[in-house]
Design a protein around this ligand. Structure first.
Ligand code: GTP
Ligand code: MG
Length: 195
């Protein structure tokens, strides 16, 4: 995908705060610190479009980025961020679920899973939630630059196995925001949904 423009449009903390102009949207979900914001930057070749940090829990809003004046990338708040109260975690989880279920312009959901670890219980919850969902679902393994080729292949196989157990057969793309691995593959998965 050729990127002509990428701009931050707004950060929404509630339903009313979301853009009303309904360009097609791709949402990035995953636990806090898994690399959602970094992956967005990698995909659009901008180092600092989406705010990234070593400190988990950085993205506390639904951040809308307009790409090529034609579609949105939506950086969702990370789930499972331990430093906030259970109530707040639950409130965000409910809001994310509402967004994924009811947001009409949503065209694809990219779920980031850390390639270095087995999918967590919360990752599995996302997978189960996505089974039978109307919106196409893609899994992106993050931070694969930290693995050997062998480990990377094992990591992909591990997630594919988990997805099969849940009853899903969906694309799994090994990515690295650091090296750019998986960029073209991910774009070719998303591209068809953006027209
Ligand atoms: P929240 O906004 O807290 O939900 O986190 P996030 O999922 O947006 O993660 P973010 O992109 O901020 O990345 C978290 C940390 O992981 C940062 O220190 C990044 O530099 C690092 N990181 C992200 N992706 C990669 C990757 O592909 N490779 C390596 N080596 N580090 C990465
Ligand atoms: Mg983030």
């Amino acid at each position: 995908m050729k990127i002509d423009s990428a701009e931050f449009v707004k950060g929404a903390v509630d339903w009313e705060g979301m853009p009303t102009r309904d360009w097609p949207e791709v949402a990035f979900v995953g636990r806090s610190n898994v690399g959602k914001s970094s992956l967005i930057n990698m995909l659009v070749h901008r180092k600092k479009l989406a705010y990234t940090s070593k400190k988990p829990g950085k993205t506390r809003e639904f951040n809308f980025y307009l790409i090529n004046n034609r579609f949105y990338f939506v950086d969702l708040p990370g789930f499972g961020y331990a430093q906030v109260s259970k109530e707040e975690q639950k409130a965000w989880a409910d809001f994310i679920e509402q967004y994924l279920n009811q947001r009409l312009p949503l065209r694809a959901i990219i779920h980031l899973v850390d390639s270095r670890h087995p999918p967590t219980d919360q990752d599995e919850d996302v997978m189960v939630f996505m089974r039978g969902h109307r919106v196409p679902y893609i899994v992106a393994l993050s931070k694969t630059d930290k693995l050997s080729n062998n480990q990377r292949a094992q990591s992909v196989a591990r997630v594919e196995k988990k997805l099969r157990e849940v009853g899903l057969e969906v694309p799994v793309v090994a990515t690295s925001a650091k090296t750019g691995r998986g960029k073209n593959e991910l774009w070719s998965e998303i591209g068809p949904y953006l027209d």
